[in-house]
Design a protein around this ligand. Structure first.
Ligand SMILES: CC(C)(COP(=O)(O)OP(=O)(O)OC[C@H]1O[C@@H](n2cnc3c(N)ncnc32)[C@H](O)[C@@H]1OP(=O)(O)O)[C@@H](O)C(=O)NCCC(=O)NCCS
Length: 178
């Protein structure tokens, strides 16, 4: 993820209806405006534009959305292969604040890992960058088994990027812990 720091403190408890988690499905072109809106909620001025998200979908890369028909988008994630095809990068992972801490982020990472392995079975490693001040996301990735491998100073302008790496694509795809 090329950017950002985020408020992780806005997750709230909600109704039983909201607790029911949506099915995950591949993103459609018609999802793009909502994806851009959700990215702005999650990353504010560092959000990806609708145009950039659209270009990503046009490449037909793994991109998952969490959304009930007729309801708001609760989350999405995008992942892309590196040229070596053994490595992939998590481009973004967004969960609407009121739907956090219910397993949606974990499920979407698994979906992305499964989808990558379907297209590129030789993929071994997923990496990403996260703003150093985004402690919630760092804890989330750490819990999934990502390790902090490097720091890129000033990557986000006013914050450093932490490079996090997971060496077990199949473990991620299975949705198991480290
Ligand atoms: C990071 C993010 C994707 C996590 O999504 P989520 O759906 O809340 O994650 P999960 O419910 O699958 O969390 C699994 C576990 O990760 C850990 N975790 C998740 N969020 C955490 C937080 N804010 N603080 C500490 N640990 C956290 C917990 O151990 C959690 O299990 P628990 O709820 O049983 O304690 C979500 O907070 C988000 O969209 N944040 C804003 C955007 C962002 O920062 N994206 C990542 C940028 S690199």
């Amino acid at each position: 993820m090329s950017r950002r720091q985020v408020d992780q403190g806005r997750a709230s408890k909600s109704t039983d209806l909201e607790r029911r988690l949506p099915e995950l499905r591949g993103a459609r072109f018609t999802d793009v405006p909502e994806m851009a809106r959700l990215d702005r909620i999650c990353f504010e001025e560092h959000a990806y534009s609708a145009d950039l998200i659209l270009r990503f979908l046009e490449l037909d890369l793994p991109c998952v959305v969490a959304k009930r028909e007729g309801g708001p988008m609760m989350g999405f994630a995008m992942v892309m292969p590196e040229p070596d095809e053994r490595t992939c990068v998590l481009v973004t992972l967004d969960v609407l604040p009121e739907h956090r801490r219910r397993g949606l982020g974990t499920r979407m990472i698994s979906w992305c890992a499964r989808s990558m392995l379907d297209s590129y079975p030789q993929t071994e490693l997923m990496w990403l960058t996260v703003a150093s001040r985004n402690e919630g996301a760092r804890a989330f990735y750490g819990r999934l088994g990502f390790r902090e491998a490097d720091v890129i100073e000033g990557y986000y302008g006013d914050d450093d990027a932490v490079v996090m790496v997971h060496l077990g694509m199949k473990v991620l795809a299975d949705g198991r812990g480290p």
